[in-house]
Design a binder for this molecule. Structure first.
Ligand code: SF4
Length: 233
């Protein structure tokens, strides 16, 4: 799928969806930036920390995730210590983040799979596709987590599609409603102008959290309602 390409017959579905034009993406991006601003956070340069954070963020809120992360780092100052510790000790450290038994085992499995040296800094200068393939081969790591590592740690060209981004993207018909996970990531990347990866991800996520809620989207107060094919009366 390529943003800006003319709609082909195969783009059309029963929902009337077609590949969004560059102009439409630009209008939506500008409207979102008008409401939420343009995020300016630079890459933090810590890929393993980002991997661990994404595991800790599963099924909890940001606050509990951060408490669990800080407790983990206080108890184990280096990643080798997390990897080699008894799993129960890691589990105890991250307990505030919820489902700590599952998460502790997953974190250690990922760290062990990376092997020696326990280091992913090489990704900063590697082809993105190579790093994506490496990350997605780690236990329990998929496209979204890989994109978080590449974008947030290094500022590389990838866009995480989480539950908010996919919901808002589908409602705005940026993404094909009902598309499978892989297609959502490929589609999001195709429609995102180079350099706007962080901005589009963050602003679609903010819109999903603040206005375009899962159950009761606040369409009446939505700044994008005139351009939204899914708006409710
Ligand atoms: S109009 Fe409604 S469905 Fe469309 S983006 Fe806004 S809140 Fe979401």
């Amino acid at each position: 799928m390529t943003a800006g390409a003319g709609a082909s017959g195969s783009d059309l579905t029963r929902t009337g969806w077609r590949t969004p034009s560059r102009a439409r993406v630009a209008r939506i991006r500008a409207r979102l930036a008008g409401v939420y601003g343009v995020p300016v956070a630079g890459p933090h340069g810590h890929p393993i920390a980002e991997l661990v954070l994404t595991v800790l963020s599963q099924s909890t809120n940001d606050r509990n995730r951060d408490v669990a992360y800080l407790r983990l780092r206080e108890r184990f100052p280096v990643w080798e210590a997390v990897r080699d510790a008894p799993t129960e000790e890691v589990e105890e450290a991250i307990r505030p983040g919820g489902i700590s038994k599952v998460k502790s085992a997953r974190i250690q499995a990922i760290l062990r799979a990376i092997g020696e040296p326990l280091d992913l800094d090489w990704m900063e200068h590697a082809p993105v596709a190579e790093s994506q393939a490496y990350l997605c081969a780690l236990p329990g790591v998929g496209r979204k987590t890989a994109a978080c590592v590449l974008l947030f740690a290094f500022g590389l060209r990838d866009v995480p599609v989480d539950t908010h981004v996919s919901r808002v993207g589908m409602r705005l018909h940026l993404l094909r409603p009902g598309a499978p996970f892989e297609e959502l990531h490929d589609g999001m990347l195709a429609l995102t102008p180079p350099g706007a990866e962080l901005e589009l991800h963050v602003n679609l996520l903010r819109h999903g959290r603040r206005t375009c809620h899962s159950q009761r989207p606040a369409c009446g107060a939505c700044a994008l309602r005139r351009m939204c094919p899914s708006r409710r009366a």
